[in-house]
Design a protein around this ligand. Structure first.
Ligand SMILES: C[S@@+](CC[C@H](N)C(=O)[O-])C[C@H]1O[C@@H](n2cnc3c(N)ncnc32)[C@H](O)[C@@H]1O
Length: 326
C-alpha cells in the first residue's frame, strides 16, 4: 500500500493529489495544544497532514495521534506524508461528528488535545474533478466524502427555488440569494446544471456583475452549496460538548474556522462550556446552564499575521479559538 502510494506521487507530481496545502496558523496551534511526548491527540480534520506532522514530531516517544478525515483521498495523501510516524498514528475515514462513538470504541483513555481545522483543503479546492471551485470546468460535485450519494449538482437541479434561495442566503450570507436562485431555476429548465463554470457564469449574469472584483461573485453561493452538500454545520455545536468528556483536565481544544457561521458556532459552544450566557434574554430570565467546565484560552478569535497572509492568502479568513478543560 505504502509503496503503491509513493509510486503514484512520484509518477504524477502534478496530479491534483499532490497539490500542496499550507497548514494555517501552525505556530499558534502548537503553542495552544502544548503537545508533549507520550501524549494522545486527535486531529479531527487530518487533511494533508500538515498540522499532524508537527504534532507527531512533538509527541515522540510513545505518543499517539488519531487522524480523522471524511475524504479518503486526503487520508491517502496524509499516509504518504506521515509514513515515518506510522506506528504513532491511527487513520480513520469518518465524519468527525462520530468522534464520541469512535473514541468510545478505541477505548484510549483521556485525550490531551483535539484539533479541528474546519472546511476544505487546497487539495480539495484546487482539484477540478472535486467540483469545489467556480473556476473549474469540473462536474459540480463538492462532496468531501465521495462515498456520499448526493452532490452539489443534485441539490442545484432538484431543490425548489425557495430552498435554494434559503441555502444561498443562510449559508452564503448572499444578499442576492433570491435572484441567483431564480436564475438557477430558469437555467435548469433548459438543461441540467452540471458543471462548476456553468453555475459560476449564470451567477455572474444573475448578479449583473461588471468589471474586476476582489472576490469572485460566485464565492458566497459556492460556499453555501458546499456547506449544504456536506451538512457542515449540523451537529457542530453539540460535538464540542460531547468531545469534552474525552479530554483530560488541562487538555485543550483548538478550532480554526474559515467563515463566520462556523466561528459563531465555536464561539457560542465555548461560551456555554465556560459557564457564560448564550441566550438573548435579560439576565433575570436567563436559563443558561452557567456550569464552568472550561477556561477560554482566546478571549477573541486569533487571526493570521501579515507574514502568513503574504505566504498563504487562503489563510485570510481563518479564525482560531481554543479552550482548556478545567
Ligand atoms: C482545512 S483541511 C485540514 C488541513 C490540515 N489541517 C492540514 O494541515 O493539512 C480540512 C479537512 O477536514 C476534512 N473535514 C471537513 N469536515 C469534516 C468532517 N465533518 N469530518 C471529517 N473530516 C472533515 C476535509 O475533508 C479536509 O480534508
Amino acid at each position: 500500500m505504502r509503496a503503491a502510494l509513493q509510486q503514484r506521487v512520484m509518477e504524477n507530481p502534478l496530479e491534483p493529489m499532490n497539490i500542496e496545502h499550507l497548514p494555517v496558523m501552525m505556530a499558534k496551534v502548537l503553542e495552544l495544544l502544548q503537545c508533549k511526548p507520550g501524549g494522545t491527540y486527535v486531529d479531527a480534520t487530518l487533511g494533508m497532514g500538515g498540522h499532524s506532522q508537527a504534532i507527531l514530531e512533538r509527541i515522540q516517544p510513545g505518543g499517539l495521534l488519531i487522524g480523522v478525515d471524511r475524504d479518503r483521498e486526503s487520508l491517502d495523501k496524509a499516509r504518504v506524508r506521515l509514513m515515518d510516524y506510522s506506528s504513532s498514528i491511527r487513520y480513520l475515514h469518518d465524519n468527525f461528528k462520530n468522534l464520541p462513538l469512535i473514541l468510545n470504541n478505541l477505548a484510549l483513555g483521556p485525550i490531551d488535545g483535539f484539533l479541528l481545522d474546519l472546511g476544505v483543503s487546497s487539495h480539495q479546492l484546487l482539484s477540478p474533478e472535486r467540483g469545489f471551485s467556480f473556476q473549474g470546468e469540473g462536474m459540480l460535485d463538492m462532496r468531501m466524502d465521495r462515498t456520499q450519494s448526493w452532490t452539489a449538482a443534485d441539490l442545484v437541479n432538484s431543490l425548489s427555488q425557495k430552498q435554494l434561495a434559503d441555502i444561498i442566503f443562510q449559508y452564503g450570507e448572499e444578499r442576492l440569494a433570491r435572484r441567483i436562485a431564480a436564475a438557477i431555476v430558469s437555467e435548469r429548465e433548459i438543461a441540467p446544471i452540471t458543471k462548476c463554470n456553468q453555475l459560476a457564469d449564470l451567477i455572474i449574469r444573475a448578479m449583473k456583475v461588471r468589471g474586476h472584483h476582489h472576490t469572485h461573485p460566485a464565492t458566497k453561493t459556492f460556499q453555501a452549496l458546499r456547506i449544504a452538500v456536506n451538512q457542515e454545520l449540523e451537529g457542530l455545536e453539540a460535538l464540542f460538548d460531547s468531545i469534552l468528556c474525552f479530554l483530560k483536565p488541562g487538555g485543550r481544544i483548538v478550532v480554526i474556522s474559515f467563515h463566520s457561521l462556523e466561528d459563531k458556532i465555536a464561539k457560542r459552544a465555548f461560551r456555554k462550556l465556560a459557564g457564560q450566557c448564550v441566550c438573548d434574554r435579560p439576565p433575570e430570565l436567563c436559563t443558561c446552564p452557567r456550569k464552568v467546565l472550561v477556561r477560554p484560552l482566546t478571549q477573541r478569535p486569533l487571526t493570521p499575521g501579515p507574514e502568513e497572509l503574504a505566504a498563504n492568502p487562503r489563510a485570510r479568513s481563518a479564525r482560531l479559538r481554543s479552550i482548556e478543560k478545567i
